[in-house]
Write a protein that binds this ligand. Sequence first.
Ligand SMILES: Cc1ncc(COP(=O)(O)O)c(C=O)c1O
Length: 363
Amino acid sequence: MSNEFIPAAKPIVGDEERAAVDAVLVSGMLAQGAEVAEFEKEFSDVLLDGRGAVAVNSGTAGLHLGLLAAGIGPGDEVIVPSFTFAATANSVALTGATPVFADIELDHYCLDVDHVGSLITERTRGIMPVHLYGHPADLTAFRALADQRGIALFEDAAQAHGASFDGQQVGTFGDFAMFSLYPTKNMTSGEGGMVSTGDAGIERRLRLLRNQGMERQYENELVGFNARMTNLHAAIGRVQLTKVGGWTAQRQSNAAFLTENIQGVVPPAVAEAAVHVYHQYTVRVEEDRDGFAAALKDEYNIGSGVYYPIPNHRLPSFDRKEDLPNTEIAAREVLSLPVHPSLDTEDLDRIVTAVNALAKAGA
Ligand SMILES: Cc1ncc(COP(=O)(O)O)c(C=O)c1O
């Protein structure tokens, strides 16, 4: 058996992406143009059941502009998980609104619907669940809760390309949803984000906000940003879009193998109505998670990741005092094992052997 390092993530880019970028370079049309428009159409067809899609230059910009386009601003509250990447709450704070942190459910690490319900006040304008690790939040319940309370639903689908809930694709439930196209995500454009919305007003404002507030050149209608995606990035994304379905199936098959064979750690659960796309395969190590991760690397040459060791509400940038017990357990115990589509059966066997040996030894 080889002892080559198995990385926690491995972006796959090859000759087709290189040829696509080269064609854009040769065309001389580097900035946002026809490639971006095609990428938006194709992303919508493949992943959004035809819903509107607007490409931007990062997932974070997508969340920020989406919130602004939905009218979120100072004095408003948006309920978010604390157990997520900081971009979720940052994007709310950057609009001038206040992120209100809710707890998660421990089995799948997504927002707890009941806790979110208890935090809604007269200032709450929206709920933003995160489909963490590629597992969809309970979108049926969140859509119903938002409608019942007259507030908006925003999806942070950064990690969940192709996931679905109750047979419906993520990104088609919310007033808007954002998919990240960062290199370690299930598909990439190098850097980038895609925002989906079924609301024509939000879509138009998104298109204005990403381009200095202009639809027609030098006729700025509102104060905007330069958050445009380039044709170079869109060309990479278009190729990746043709492959993401196959990669997802491979991730799901790798995850099924791991769940069947690992012992002594808590495997990821999947809600009955959910299709999980395993951006991460995240287990809980109940004793000494950090020692376990160090031993995986030092003794078995296997990478892993902790997403996320410090909940957002305790980061110096927010410094809040909320009591979020499941969030604290998750931050202390989660460990993401390699699940990416480049793993072969030998890699998977090595991961199982290492995890089972370390769990048995109590790390
Ligand atoms: C849950 C979540 N939200 C938002 C983002 C931000 O996306 P990007 O890195 O493309 O700006 C990420 C990416 O890491 C993420 O994982």
